[in-house]
Ligand binder design. Structure first.
Ligand SMILES: [Zn+2]
Length: 523
């Protein structure tokens, strides 16, 4: 699958010297520079980062929930800042907003039901109480029916189903959720004709958590997008304890069949399942924000290095013990947006050879909706998008020494990030990819993409101090992930600096980063 990247056209100016030798030369020159840190001194404006995050996390924006007025205000702020800096929009005619066709389906529990049919007996189960309809793509919110076929856990399901060329007429029943296995499993199961999927979550507390986190509404992209993890086209239910027990009743599952020690063949459960859904569907107004700093070199200007950060957050939801129901999302991801603006400001003052594209996505928290749509309707063709650098949910309260480069093992971008960090005396370790932020849809399309994640070792911070800082600032997905006047900005300055320098390296290098592995889910 790496062929798709190998087939891409080379930059027109590529000369006689082998590209790899030139890249190595440039890299050596950079590595042997006398000063470990780049000469450009105060490029990242931390006062600006402080101001951007102050506005974006204000209670008036009510947590920037996807499709809300607060999110639209955040988009307006970002556009306003880009205009102030004189950076044009990347859309048609220089527009900044890319409308994303989102819809919200509000599930009517009274009209949504599951019926189990065994011989002539029928037993009905209630939506919200016995099962919840899972999040999915626009074709996943439809009725389905078929014979229940137990396929074990997600990790073993492919082996269990190996003997069946066709899954026509079958409703697959899996113990637990699919996680990132969905990227491989779902497209294959759809191809083989599966009617639907039931995920068994027999633990009452786990099931309650699934039900609560989904709530009554499902957001989906109303356009053909390819994301089997978040926008699956296979209708999927999450079954709680009562429905799980009824599905498996009378079936003996070999106790060690589910841990992979013995081969396990899928078991027909001897009953049929019929699921019907009723939902009220409405349009949701949402948009990605996009801007472009044109490259210095006319020959390479058509190619872009893309910086990405989502600007939505969770909006308002369950209040915490202080009664605060606004999820302000300072670290996740006002900080990422602010860093992108600061990087854009630095690059427009001193543009690199290739162009720099800045993408602020909507709907990340609701399943990478803005970025999934973007890769299906890119403003700059993906063939000309040489790399993606994603920043999300990690405002370090002190300057990190170590980084993780998620997705970095899939392309040469990981090694470039490691070498860039080394120039500063830091380390950056490439790792695999997960569908947990906006870099994932790009990797799925074969675009080298990395999510820079700050580590938990910080400069000038003792172990005790580190614990104190973590307790004070680690507020992932809680209402008190919010702006504070005493937040130390040196960590974000360093985070933004690494991203800025990595982007510069990629934007100046003669060769583009290339994929080393097939896109996730396509093996
Ligand atoms: Zn988040």
């Amino acid at each position: 699958m790496t062929e798709s990247s190998a087939r891409r056209p080379r930059p027109a100016h590529a000369g006689r010297v082998p590209a790899s030798a030139r890249a190595a030369g440039a890299l050596l020159a950079a590595l042997s520079a006398p000063c470990p840190a780049p000469a450009r001194g105060q490029e990242i404006d931390t006062l600006a980062i402080r101001a951007h995050t102050y506005f974006l996390t204000h209670d008036l924006l009510a947590g920037r929930g996807t499709g809300t007025a607060g999110e639209a205000l955040a988009a307006t702020y970002i556009v306003s800042e880009l205009r102030r800096m004189g950076i044009p929009g990347a859309g048609p005619g220089g527009s900044y907003l890319q409308p994303v066709p989102l819809k919200e389906a509000r599930i009517d529990d009274d009209g949504t039901a599951v019926v189990l049919v065994e011989d002539v007996r029928e037993r009905a189960f209630r939506s919200g109480e016995h099962f919840v309809w899972n999040t999915g793509g626009r074709s996943a919110l439809r009725d389905f029916a078929g014979q229940a076929l137990f396929a074990g856990t997600a990790a073993l399901a492919q082996g269990a189903l190996a003997g069946r060329a066709s899954l026509d007429g079958q409703v697959l029943v899996v113990l637990g959720t699919l996680g990132e296995h969905a990227a491989e499993l779902v497209p294959d199961w759809i191809r083989r004709g599966a009617e639907g999927l039931v995920l068994l979550v027999p633990d009452p507390r786990d099931f309650a958590l699934h039900a609560r986190s989904r709530g009554p509404a499902r957001l989906f992209v109303d356009a053909p997008v390819d994301d089997p993890v978040w926008q699956s086209d296979l209708p999927t239910l999450i079954a709680g304890p009562a429905l799980a027990a009824a599905l498996l009743a009378g079936t003996t599952i070999p106790p060690d069949a589910l841990d992979g020690r013995r081969p396990f063949a899928a078991l027909p459960l001897g009953r049929a399942l019929r699921a019907t859904i009723r939902a009220e569907v409405r349009d949701v107004a949402a948009a990605n924000v996009a801007a472009l700093v044109p490259g210095r070199d006319p020959a390479r200007r058509p190619e872009v290095v893309a910086y990405t950060a989502h600007y939505d957050h969770l909006g308002t939801s369950t209040p915490d013990e202080r009664g605060d129901s606004i999820y302000n999302g300072f670290s996740d991801n006002a900080a990422g947006v602010a860093m992108l603006l600061a990087i854009a400001d630095a690059l427009r003052r001193d543009p690199p050879a290739r162009s720099a594209l800045f993408l602020f996505f909507t709907g990340e928290e609701r399943g990478l909706l803005g970025s999934s749509y973007y890769v299906s309707a890119p403003l700059v063709p993906l063939e000309r998008t040489v790399a993606v650098i994603n920043l999300d949910a990690g405002a370090p309260p002190a300057p990190p020494r170590r980084w993780r480069v998620a997705g970095g093992t899939l392309s040469t971008l990981g090694e470039l990030a490691a070498r860039t960090a080394a120039r500063f005396g830091w380390t950056a370790e490439p790792s695999g990819a997960r569908p947990n932020s906006d870099y994932w849809p790009f990797l799925r399309r074969g675009v080298p993409a990395a999510f820079l994640i700050p580590g938990q070792e910080w400069d000038g911070v003792s172990r005790e101090e580190r614990e104190r800082l973590r307790q004070r600032w680690d507020r992932y997905h809680q209402p008190d992930d919010e702006w504070a006047a005493d937040f130390p900005w040196a960590g974000l300055e360093r985070y933004a600096r690494l991203a800025l320098e990595l982007g510069r390296v990629v934007a100046e290098a003669p060769d583009r980063p290339r994929m080393l592995e097939p896109p996730p889910g396509t093996r």
